[in-house]
Design a binder for this molecule. Structure first.
Ligand SMILES: Nc1ncnc2c1ncn2[C@@H]1O[C@H](COP(=O)(O)OP(=O)(O)OP(=O)(O)O)[C@@H](O)[C@H]1O
Length: 234
C-alpha cells in the first residue's frame, strides 16, 4: 500500500470558548494511492471538514497530518497550504464550477495555466486530459452545450491538470440523474485503478457506493466504520 495521506488523532474545532464545536475528533486514517475511498455519514457528521483537512484547505485543530510521509507543521501558513494543494491535490465539486464563456478545453487550460504549463502546450495537454475522460469530441463545446455528466467530466479533467496524486470530490454526482451519476462514479474509480490516483469521494448517492474500494463512516465527528466491501465493481 502506498500511503499518500496519514491523519493521526486529528480533531477540528470551530469557534472558541463557550461556542466551540468539535466537528471532528480522534480521526486516525491512512489514504492509499490506487483506490477509491468513500466518505459517508449523516448531514453534519463532519465529512466536508474531513475532506478539507485532507485537501489542505483547513488546518487540523489537533493531531497530525502527513502528506507523502512529510508532517505538515502545526503552524503551516496559508501560502504553504496553497502550494501543497497546487502541487498534489485536485478538487471536484457538486456544481462543476466551469467558466460558461470558455470552451471545454479552455476550462481545462485555465488550470494548466495556474500550474504554469507553458501556453504553447496547454491546448494539447487539455485535449489529452479530456480524451482521458472520454470527451475528445466535446473539447470545442461550451458548458451550456454539454450534459451534466459531460460537464462533471470536464471538471474532473480540469482537476487532473498538473497530475495530482490525490483527487478529492464533494458530492460529485448529486446534481446528475440516473446513469449519468453512475458514469461519473465509474470514471473516478477508473482514475484510481488505472492511474494510481488516491480518490476520496464524499457522497450520499447510492449509485456511487458500488464503486468504493473502501467505505468510511462518520458519525458526530468520529470515524465509526472503515470497511472494504467485497462487492467493488473493479
Ligand atoms: N465554519 C464553521 N463554523 C462553525 N461550525 C461549522 C463550520 N463548518 C462546519 N461546521 C459544523 O461542523 C459540523 C460538521 O460540518 P461538515 O460540513 O463537515 O459536515 P458534513 O457531514 O459535510 O455535512 P453535510 O452532509 O450536511 O454537508 C456541522 O455541525 C457544522 O454545522
Amino acid at each position: 500500500m502506498n500511503r499518500v495521506l496519514t491523519l493521526a488523532d486529528v480533531g477540528v474545532t470551530y469557534g472558541r470558548g463557550a461556542t466551540a464545536f468539535a466537528a471532528l475528533q480522534g480521526i486516525n486514517l491512512d489514504i492509499a494511492s490506487g483506490e477509491m475511498t468513500l466518505l459517508l455519514g449523516p448531514s453534519g457528521s463532519g465529512k466536508t471538514s474531513l475532506l478539507q483537512v485532507m485537501g489542505c484547505l483547513l488546518r487540523a485543530s489537533c493531531g497530525s497530518v502527513q502528506l507523502f510521509g512529510q508532517a505538515l507543521a502545526r503552524d503551516v501558513g496559508a501560502e504553504a497550504m496553497a502550494a501543497l494543494r497546487l502541487a498534489h491535490i485536485g478538487f471536484v465539486f457538486q456544481h462543476y464550477n466551469l467558466f460558461p464563456t470558455l470552451k471545454a478545453w479552455e476550462n481545462v487550460a485555465v488550470a494548466l495555466d495556474i500550474k504554469q504549463v507553458p501556453r504553447a502546450q496547454q491546448r494539447e495537454q487539455a485535449l489529452a486530459l479530456l480524451a482521458r475522460l472520454g470527451l475528445a469530441d466535446r473539447a470545442g463545446h461550451y458548458p451550456s452545450e454539454l450534459s451534466g455528466g459531460q460537464k462533471q467530466r470536464v471538471a474532473i479533467a480540469r482537476a487532473l491538470a498538473g497530475a495530482p496524486r490525490i483527487l478529492l470530490a464533494d458530492e460529485p454526482t448529486a446534481a446528475l440523474d440516473g446513469k449519468t451519476g453512475q458514469g461519473v462514479a465509474a470514471a473516478l474509480h477508473e482514475l484510481a485503478h488505472r492511474e494510481g490516483v488516491a480518490v476520496v469521494v464524499v457522497s450520499h448517492d447510492p449509485r456511487v457506493e458500488p464503486f468504493g474500494d473502501r467505505v468510511l463512516h462518520l458519525e458526530d465527528g468520529r470515524l465509526v466504520d472503515d470497511s472494504r466491501p467485497s462487492r467493488s465493481s473493479a
